[in-house]
Design a protein around this ligand. Structure first.
Ligand code: NDP
Length: 303
């Protein structure tokens, strides 16, 4: 079941005692979320046998079928869902309720069946912040933050850094108008803190004594020959670089960070952090990120 990709039409009623969890996306075959969740569920089941009946699948759902999939999956016995590309924003009108922070971000990646309807949460931001703390032993509020990108992942990163009171926030995206739209959307959703949109790099953060955190939330780096989204030679010593990309594990941006002697980490920690937070929401238990990390590492080695 870990490797299998299900189509909606292939699914039948779950056994009455099973609690169904799943990730929905299009495409979804590449997802390693089932390995992460099954590993953490095994740990939970060692203490509480009921978690032996919880299982996590990956289900391919094209965008036009999302509105059919959500009630259908609830009917079949699914109680927790993760959403990935392209569903995180389009799902909003189909939800019964939305957690306040997810509403401010304008995107959800986690659904929980509560009081007869799907409630939306966003655990990407919490996952990112846990990963940053673990990788750099610092909290977001200590940094001047630069987010690269203006898509869904950037939106979660910017909102989370603002929620956590980062010292300053700058945003750089290939399409400046998209970066400006992101700022506007977050403002409309109640996040009033200042965001500086950077249009070109000359000597950013030259005058700060604080450490700088660069977060890559663009899709540059997913292909092995992709150039870095910024030239890290512009940055000085106390810089930490977090790349949301985790496959390949070392992007050109991270290679440059390494060469410059900066602290760096790839996006596997965020993947684990968001998964752990989702399972905490569904189970009401604290969840072992260690078991998920081990599963993530071995799933990536197996690719
Ligand atoms: P989107 O498609 O919503 O956004 C893509 C972003 O990348 C846009 O800002 C786009 O800029 C930029 N971009 C794309 N191609 C280029 C290019 N050639 N040069 C410069 N910029 C480019 O994607 P998401 O926000 O959903 O995801 C972004 C990344 O984050 C992906 O790599 C994804 O895998 C990763 N991610 C990782 C997670 C984790 O748990 N580790 C969780 C979620 C996402 P423009 O606006 O100009 O088009």
């Amino acid at each position: 079941m870990l490797e299998q990709t299900f189509l909606l039409d292939q699914l039948t009623d779950l056994p009455a005692d099973e609690v169904g969890l799943a990730v929905l996306g299009y495409p979804i075959a590449h997802s390693i979320s089932p390995q992460l969740h099954e590993a953490a569920l095994e740990v939970l089941a060692e203490k509480e046998a009921e978690f032996k009946r919880w299982h996590y699948r990956k289900i391919e759902v094209p965008p036009e079928d999302l509105h059919i999939a959500l009630p259908r999956l609830a009917q079949l016995g699914f109680r927790g869902l993760n959403l990935t590309i392209p569903h995180k924003v389009d799902v909003l009108p189909h939800l019964c309720s939305i957690d306040d922070r997810a509403r401010a971000m304008g995107a959800v990646n986690t659904l929980s069946w509560e009081n007869g309807g799907w409630k939306g949460y966003n655990t990407d931001g919490v996952g990112l912040s846990r990963a940053i703390r673990q990788a750099f032993h610092r909290s977001v509020e200590e940094f001047d933050v630069l987010v690269l990108g203006a898509g869904g992942a950037a939106r979660a990163a910017v909102a989370q850094c603002l929620f956590e009171g980062c010292a300053s926030l700058s945003l750089f995206n290939r399409s400046v108008d998209r970066a400006e739209q992101l700022c506007l959307a977050l403002k409309e959703n109640g996040l009033k803190q200042e965001i500086s949109v950077i249009e070109s790099f000359s000597a950013p953060f030259e005058n700060t004594d604080r450490p700088v955190l660069v977060i890559n939330a663009t899709s540059l780096g997913l292909q092995v020959d992709d150039p870095p989204p910024v030239d890290l030679d512009y940055f000085k010593g106390d810089t930490c670089v977090y790349d949301m990309v985790y496959n390949p594990p070392v992007t050109e941006l991270l290679s440059q960070a390494k060469r410059n002697g900066f602290s760096w980490a790839n996006g596997l920690g965020m993947l684990v952090g968001q998964a752990a937070r989702s399972l905490e929401i569904w189970s009401g238990r604290s969840v072992s990120a260690d078991a998920m990390s081990r599963a993530a590492t071995s799933a990536m080695i197996g690719r």
